[in-house]
Design a protein around this ligand. Structure first.
Ligand code: BDR
Ligand code: CA
Length: 341
């Protein structure tokens, strides 16, 4: 059983990550917190609650912490994830309410109550995590481990030519987080899923078709490049219908940027790394973030060779296996969708 503290900015690929983790039989959602990024914090929390309910995880506490990055104004990305953050999907109103508790306090309270037991997964800007580390500097020791989706090293950025979205939204938070991990034991260092490997996770129309087939949907789920943009799924399976509508938007966005009719599902990969279900390898490195240069702000730099003379503060994923990952996704989410109808 893996017990998770999650921090998300749901988000199409965050939604897929949540659906995947919800599909695993041995996953406990201790709490899921919302950081503003893809959409604002209230919308993230609503999306997350609705998504968890859709995926059969009612009653999970969803809380908001920061409402803006530490030192720069919030920029959201409706062009990437749609006006509500879930592409063309319109999620049902959740029955549950967003918690009145603060996300940062929640993380600290849970981590102190269950030292060494909780795995943290952050698929959002690092704002809430940086605030939690300010308040509880021993958080790295209290957590079993942490997986972060963020950064871009020997790979072009997806927000500026050199910067990745999560890090670019709150570069100061990222800088604080990696500084907080300096000098920690190797086993405690964050596992960092950067664009170098998450952009290898190219989800394609064929994967949507296979997912619907695994769910036992009555008609083939065909999301095709020559169909009119914005066409909505008519699947009789609710989970498939929502994921398909979300992914169609993501396919169209990637096509617009000449990446093909596909979707980079960054956060799903990070979720699988955190759950221990996806194949990967990682290399120790020292990470720092550029926060001052107008040209390079949000750019992540990795020192793999100790040139800065400081000990590693992260383990950067250096290889992964998209084929295995998509087989695993189809099987897990397909059987969840079949069960929930
Ligand atoms: C990251 O940015 C967000 O838009 C995605 O949800 C993912 O977490 C990829 O750069
Ligand atoms: Ca995200």
């Amino acid at each position: 059983m893996t017990a998770f503290l999650l921090d998300v900015d749901t988000g199409i690929d965050d939604a897929l990550a949540l659906a995947y983790l919800a599909a695993l039989p041995d996953t406990e959602f201790v709490s899921v917190t919302a950081t503003p990024g893809n959409v604002d914090a209230d919308q993230v929390a609503q999306n997350t609650l609705a998504l968890l309910e859709l995926c059969g995880r009612r009653g999970v506490e969803v809380a908001i912490g920061a409402r803006a990055p530490l030192s720069v104004p919030l920029v959201t990305t409706p062009e990437t994830h749609g006006p509500q953050g879930i592409g063309y999907a319109v999620l049902p109103e959740p029955d549950g309410q967003v918690s009145a508790r603060n996300a940062v306090d929640l993380w600290i309270d849970h981590a102190r109550a269950r030292p060494g037991e909780l795995t943290a997964l952050i698929t959002a800007p690092l704002t809430n995590f940086a605030l939690a580390l300010r308040k509880e500097p021993e958080l790295p020791e209290l957590l079993a481990g942490v997986v972060i989706m963020g950064g871009s090293f020997y790979h072009q950025g997806n927000t500026t030519p050199t910067a990745e979205w999560n890090t670019h939204v709150d570069p100061h938070a990222a800088k604080e987080v990696y500084a907080a991990y300096r000098g920690r034991a190797a086993a405690k260092l964050p596992v960092v899923c950067s664009l170098d490997t998450t952009e290898r996770m190219e989800l394609r129309p064929e994967h949507v078709r296979l997912l619907a087939e695994a769910a036992g949907a009555s008609v083939p789920e065909l999301v095709l490049p020559d169909q009119p943009e914005g066409r909505r799924s008519t699947s009789d399976n609710r989970v498939i219908r929502h994921l398909s509508d979300a992914l169609r938007f993501y396919f169209e966005f990637h096509r617009l940027y000449d990446q093909g009719y596909l979707a980079h599902v960054h956060d799903f990969f990070a979720a699988g790394v955190a759950a221990g279900t996806l194949e990967y390898s990682a290399r120790p490195a020292t990470i720092d973030i550029e926060t001052d240069s107008p040209l390079l702000t949000g750019t992540t730099v990795a020192d793999y060779r100790g040139l800065w003379g400081s000990a590693p503060n992260a383990r950067i994923v250096s290889a992964n296996n998209p084929e295995q990952a998509f087989r695993e996704l189809t099987a897990a989410v397909g059987s969840l969708a079949a069960r929930l109808g």
